[in-house]
Unconditional design. Structure first.
Length: 345
């Protein structure tokens, strides 16, 4: 299947009326950091190569998603997507696809930025539109404590390269962690404003080692706002209802220009009712949500000679069953078996 213009044959509509237009693709479960909230310090049992989708298989699913299922936005993630050797090739292929209105899909990357200094320009040339860079602290000790690696300099070099390559707007993702980085959130916001980056603070979700999360100990949106209000003047800003981040305008201060900050309050203010995402894991399982354990096995279909139409139909049937919400606050909630890095955040 090639990148030709066509109307979607099916759309990814669930039984609650939501239509998925945004595809999150995990390109690997491997990573060169060990962020405490995402994976254990010793790492995980990585997927064997033969269980990971090949470049051709990823490309085929991307083409089905855009040409037949109405996908308009693709975000590459992982694990760490920069570790996938064929990333530029996959981005270039995705850029060659055409949505039902005849444009290339919007292409984004979520990355820890290690090695982005060497890849940013080539990725931009391949058609990547923008990047989200994960950075939980600008203090070297705190960064190393959280990620278990002393690589803060690499992240700064990656941010510089992404800005030079025009991969903008650059969003900085930081997970708020009690006792680890909450005291540095104001410094992170000041740094982001000074550099023209949009900071988004994410509430920690139960998707990493089990002992690292509890509902009573996580830092909720309300507390994050109180921390920022100590040093910044915030007013509510308008935002896209499909975007998980609620935005605030930050007034100009003595040492920083005006800008915006976002908070992704996935736990205390779920955005499930407007969620327009569908997900592919690195081993070819389609998931409707980060939470829950339901998966639709597209890899087996790919490897058993199924046609594009069959794969699209099975994808559509799987998406129809998307649950109305993640239910973290429900007493019956059970943490998913896979960690965040094994799903693709
Ligand atoms: N390695 C890349 C990175 O870190 O940007 C991409 C994959 S990572 C799983 C994607 C995003 O998920 C990151 O911004 C990370 O901070 C976030 N994340 C990981 N575990 C999380 C958790 N338990 N709660 C909230 N966000 C989490
Ligand atoms: Fe790796 Fe990203 Fe998970 Fe950190 S959050 S361990 S960078 S996959």
């Amino acid at each position: 299947m090639s990148g030709t213009v066509s109307s979607p044959v099916y759309e990814l509509r669930d039984n609650w009326g939501r239509v998925a237009r945004d595809l999150r693709v995990s390109l690997t479960d491997r990573c060169n950091l060990r962020c405490s909230y995402c994976m254990p310090p010793e790492g995980l049992d990585w997927l064997p190569t033969e269980e990971t989708l090949t470049t051709e298989e990823v490309q085929r699913l991307l083409a089905i998603a855009v040409n037949m299922l109405g996908i308009e936005k693709i975000r590459f993630t992982g694990g760490e997507p920069l570790l996938r050797k064929s990333l530029q090739e996959i981005v270039a292929f995705a850029h060659s696809l055409r949505t039902s209105v005849g444009t290339s899909p919007n292409l984004a990357l979520t990355t820890n930025a290690l090695g982005l200094d060497k890849q940013a320009q080539k990725l931009a040339e391949a058609g990547l539109n923008r990047v989200n860079i994960s950075l939980d602290s600008i203090q070297p000790k705190t960064y190393a404590h959280i990620s278990h690696r002393d690589r803060l300099k690499d992240v700064f070099q990656g941010i510089d390269a992404a800005q030079k390559a025009g991969l903008t707007p650059i969003k900085i993702n930081a997970v708020a962690l009690r006792g680890a980085n909450e005291n540095g959130l104001n410094a992170l916001l000041r740094f982001s404003l000074q550099r023209g980056l949009q900071l988004r603070i994410i509430e920690q979700m139960p998707l990493g080692p089990r002992e690292t999360w509890s509902r009573s100990n996580m830092v909720p949106e309300q507390e994050i706002l109180e921390i920022f209000s100590e040093q910044f003047t915030l007013t509510t800003a308008s935002y896209d209802p499909h975007s998980p981040a609620r935005l605030w305008n930050v007034a100009e201060g003595e040492d920083h220009p005006a800008g915006q900050v976002g908070i992704i309050a996935s736990v205390t203010r779920p955005f499930c009712t407007t969620c327009d995402r569908t997900r592919l894991t690195a081993d070819g399982q389609m998931r409707t949500c980060l939470f829950g354990n339901a998966e639709t096995d597209l890899r087996s279909l790919l490897r058993s000679g199924a046609s594009d139409e069959e794969i699209a139909r099975v994808w559509q049937e799987g998406m129809a069953l998307k649950k109305p919400g993640h239910g973290i606050d429900d007493p019956s909630f059970v943490q998913p078996e896979r960690y965040m890095s094994e799903i693709g955040g």
